[in-house]
Ligand binder design. Structure first.
Ligand code: ZN
Length: 346
């Protein structure tokens, strides 16, 4: 398709965002062109908007950012057989090389040469996006556009929750942004016995309660470790899902963990974190796993089945829906932290 489209760009290596007319991307033989119908905002987009140290070190300009979206296939490359125009899709945003050790041994989610949509190549805050057909994820049209758009970050929660046993387990979810909130819901529908949600923002704590948390704790008001130990009769919890990236919360998570428990770390700390390894991990015999992206494509199949099952209302976490033109305002709301998921409509 030849023509112009509206897109949100990082034009200069500086804070901010510009909405401008740019060329509609051209597709190669293995690509598809997708008309974006909804796009949601991730913390990564805020890093790029603010142009922090990570963004400066990683993102080249000009770059269209945004990577969580849903839309309609409008054009397919010559060699594409899996999709046709009219298909409703979202996408896995980690484009893997297919050739490295990890890709060739079933660990593509930690590909050494990964290219991330909206970070290393143009993204989804635009009317159209071109992507390899191999990462497009066909979605039933009965799934609302808003919900279709959030499958990618929801997949992070799915990956973290099911990285180990969760049924009948006591769980701490530390940090209740959208991924933490979905993790609460997943633990609930999976039969976790007691769910503790830790989060300083009270709107998010209310959402955690709505998603099924048994205890919603503001770590500034109560000592969460003391509280968790009291409820678990001194044992500590079986599982900690760390979604905050906050160094103090990470240490508290390990303190609240029982001997032999599991910690899945997803939240990204901005700097190195000091931890008493001997007591936090070694003597506890703790199992610690890093959670990066989604397992390809196991997590996506699981996500599809969870959505089909209909037990979990993902939409509870969407607090704002705004037209694409109000992206900057949406990014400012994200910065304030006073929100769940924000979805842009086109
Ligand atoms: Zn690879």
């Amino acid at each position: 398709m030849i023509g112009k489209m509206q897109a949100a760009l990082k034009v200069e290596a500086a804070p901010g965002v510009t909405i401008d007319l740019v060329d509609i991307p051209r597709i190669g033989p293995c690509d598809v062109l997708i008309e974006v119908k909804a796009a949601s905002i991730c913390g990564t987009d805020v890093h790029i908007y603010e142009w922090d140290a990570w963004a400066r070190s990683r993102v080249e300009v000009p770059r269209i950012f945004g990577h969580e979206f849903a839309g309609l296939v409008v054009e397919v490359g010559h060699d594409v057989t899996s999709l046709v125009p009219g298909d409703f899709v979202t996408a896995e945003t980690h484009i893997t090389c297919g050739e490295c050790y990890q890709c060739r041994t079933g660990q593509g989610h930690i590909c050494r040469n990964v290219k991330i949509v909206g970070v290393d190549r143009d993204g989804a805050f635009a009317q159209y996006i071109a992507l390899p057909a191999s990462v497009a994820w066909k979605t039933g049209k009965e799934i609302e556009q808003n919900v279709a758009s959030i499958q990618e970050p929801f997949g992070n929660a799915v990956h973290a929750v099911y990285a180990g046993e969760i049924t009948h387990k006591t769980v701490v979810i530390s940090g209740c942004g959208p991924i933490g909130l979905w993790a609460v819901g997943l633990c609930r529908i999976s039969g976790s016995s007691t769910i503790f949600a830790l989060e300083p923002n009270h709107k998010r704590l209310d959402l955690a309660h709505a998603m099924g948390a048994d205890y919603t704790l503001d770590p500034r008001e109560v000592d969460p470790v003391e509280h968790i130990l009291e409820v678990t009769e001194g044992l500590g919890v079986d599982v900690v899902l760390e979604m905050s990236g906050n160094p103090g919360a990470i240490r508290q998570g390990f303190q609240a963990l029982r001997n032999g428990g599991r910690v899945s770390l997803l939240g990204l700390p901005a700097t190195s974190v000091e931890l008493d390894l001997a007591n936090a991990i070694i003597f506890k015999g703790a199992t610690v796993s890093g959670i990066s992206g989604r397992r390809l494509f196991d997590t996506w199949y699981r996500t599809r089945r969870i959505l089909q099952q209909g037990q979990l209302d993902l939409k509870l976490v969407i607090t704002h829906t705004l037209p694409f033109e109000r992206l900057q305002e949406a990014l400012e709301i994200m910065k304030s932290g006073d929100c769940g998921k924000i979805v842009l409509t086109f």
